[in-house]
Design a protein around this ligand. Sequence first.
Ligand code: NAP
Length: 280
Amino acid sequence: MSTDGICVTLPNGESVAKLGQGTWEMGERRAAREAEIAALREGIALGMNVIDTAEMYGEGTTETLIGEALAGLRDEVFLVSKVYPHNASRRGVAASCEASLRRLKTDRLDLYLLHWPGSIALEETVEGFEALRRAGKIRHWGVSNFDVDDMEALVAAGGSACATNQILYNVARRGPEFDLLPWMRARDMPAMAYSPIDHMRLPKRSVLDEIAQSRQVSMTTIALAWVLEQPGVCAIPKAGNIEHVRENRRALDIRLTNSERAMIDAQFAPPGAKRPLDML
Ligand code: NAP
């Protein structure tokens, strides 16, 4: 799998920006709408053009906000949404996708994900996704919160065209490095890291802070730079204002030194054994 520092490559060879934008909790507070729209548009202008959302976020209000934010910009972004597991039947994915397209004011999604493993047979979900792809409603499909055994089940269910797996991964949640990321890399499948700054729960005093101070950037910039250095991994931090977006964009320009990486490994150790996949 090739990664040139600013992009990851999907299994079909298409390049996708390594640094995108999340949207969970956006569009839920009227007073924050304007700043959130401005933040998303600033991120797109800075090249963070992967926009991640889900039908679950605000039960559609987040997708509606994104539809507004993307006015005149739709063709510049790689738009990702997700279907609830309980809607992931063959007919359910079609109905959910139509509703998402309507709210997002677009005619297609670039990537459509199953939000987490559910009880509907994966064969059905895969058939539903493939039908949407044939109809031009989605360009790629994938999954989220799938551990290795879930990925094996997906392949067995005919899902080898899966483009990505969106997972909780950051410097404090390194479990996927043990088996899931190697499994995906062996199949040229990039991972999409959600909560790449751990939903702001990283320890306030840490080696990240030390490195940040010496480089005169923020701790979040360093945490994000670490995720972006991982091969075959892209990240979708959520930022609700322009200043945070700009700070996050700075992470792409940072190259950690070997000694900084060693300092990070000493505090946030890589996994020595299988850990179940964390989920937010
Ligand atoms: P995150 O991106 O790790 O952290 C978001 C938090 O960090 C927000 O409170 C944000 O505050 C703050 N923040 C961002 N940039 C900052 C900066 N430069 N300085 C200080 N604070 C900053 O967590 P996340 O939202 O959980 O994950 C990112 C995206 O991944 C989500 O938005 C969603 O699209 C996706 N996601 C997917 C799943 C899944 O199950 N597939 C689960 C969770 C998340 P402000 O808003 O004030 O900037």
